[in-house]
Design a protein around this ligand. Structure first.
Ligand code: SF4
Length: 326
């Protein structure tokens, strides 16, 4: 069901596990990657210790967020297996995994569906002009490759999160074109649960020399995105990248209804600490917005999950009982 007319804003209590920071792409705005071979992969016993420490902390989602190993690299199979094993481990400890590891093969996606309640991949922008700019050295950012991921996720009935990165060299028309493409895929497969509108926020590692995206533009973009996207897709904004209480509220008033995964660290934007839920409540409550937890899978998709995953999801739905059904 859509909650766009209620005074409810959601977030996902999350923790991010990074299998590896190494990535064969070199997006010039990246503040995450290391060169291939320069970042040790997390091992399963270290991940198990992290998960143990999270057990009584109301963390539900384990976001598995990885740099990419080239599809033809001899290390690809081991990389994929590590991701799969981390998801399986998180599930076995009662958490709900959501993986975002860049473009995957159809077979890899099919495998990960077994151990994830949802998955994600940013579309970023469809315009090919970025291939001569920020994505000049990022083969994974070919628009056709990313669109195919959206299509495969639909065919496989994987609840999916995607989004746009704003302020990396695109035009306003490019935003509407990218949103329209998401809308079309959703109308065919009904699998997109959220669209993230992420403003470019410079960090210390990146080489891309551009100012931060102006947060004052966000409410208008959100309002237009709300018109383009089907009503059952939630618009998400990362509150740590808006950085002004008034504008955060303006984004919510304009139609954003989710603040994403709130974890101790924003691995993609490490220079911008997450605002924790108590802080967000203090901003939202005076304006009569209620902040509540959500799962990394929306209820309308529960039936797409295996029986085993549905059992884990049910436990969390009982824990996160909320005043409105989300
Ligand atoms: S933004 Fe993602 S794909 Fe691009 S270099 Fe960084 S980790 Fe790799």
């Amino acid at each position: 069901m859509t909650i766009n007319n209620s005074r409810v804003v959601t977030y996902s209590p999350a923790y991010t596990i990074v299998p590896t920071y190494e990535c064969f792409n070199r997006c010039s705005y990246c503040n995450f990657r290391t060169e291939p071979g320069e970042s040790p992969w997390i091992n399963i016993s270290d991940a198990a210790s992290i998960l143990k420490s999270l057990q009584n902390q109301k963390v539900c989602e384990i976001l598995i967020l990885s740099g990419e190993v080239h599809p033809r690299s001899p290390k690809r199979e081991a990389w994929f297996q590590r991701i799969y094993d981390l998801c399986e481990l998180a599930l076995s400890r009662g958490f709900l995994p959501h993986t975002n590891a860049g473009p995957l093969t159809f077979a890899e996606m099919e495998m990960l569906k077994r151990v994830n309640v949802s998955m994600g991949l940013m579309l970023e922008q469809l315009t090919p002009t970025l291939l001569n700019g920020v994505h000049r050295h990022a083969p994974s950012k070919l628009p056709a490759v990313r669109l195919q991921q959206l299509e495969w996720a639909g065919e496989l009935q994987i609840p999916f999160t995607t989004g746009l990165l704003l302020g990396i060299g695109e035009t306003a028309d490019d935003w509407w074109e990218t949103l329209a493409a998401i809308s079309q895929f959703h109308q065919r497969y009904h699998h997109i649960q959220e669209v993230i509108l992420q403003p470019h926020s410079p960090g210390v590692q990146q080489s891309f020399n551009a100012p931060p995206f102006n947060p004052h533009e966000l409410p208008e973009i959100i309002a237009k995105a709300r018109e383009i996207l089907p009503a059952d897709i939630t618009i998400q904004i990362p509150p740590n990248l808006v950085n002004d209480e008034r504008w955060l509220l303006a984004c919510v008033e304009a139609g954003a209804r989710d603040l994403g995964g709130i974890s101790p660290k924003d691995e993609v934007n490490p220079d911008y600490p997450h605002l924790q839920d108590q802080v967000l409540r203090k901003i939202l409550q005076p304006a009569r917005w209620e902040l509540i937890e959500r799962l990394p899978v929306y209820p309308q998709f529960d039936g797409w999950l295996s029986q085993e995953l549905q059992t884990s999801v049910r436990r969390w739905r009982n824990t996160f009982k909320s005043p409105v059904e989300i």
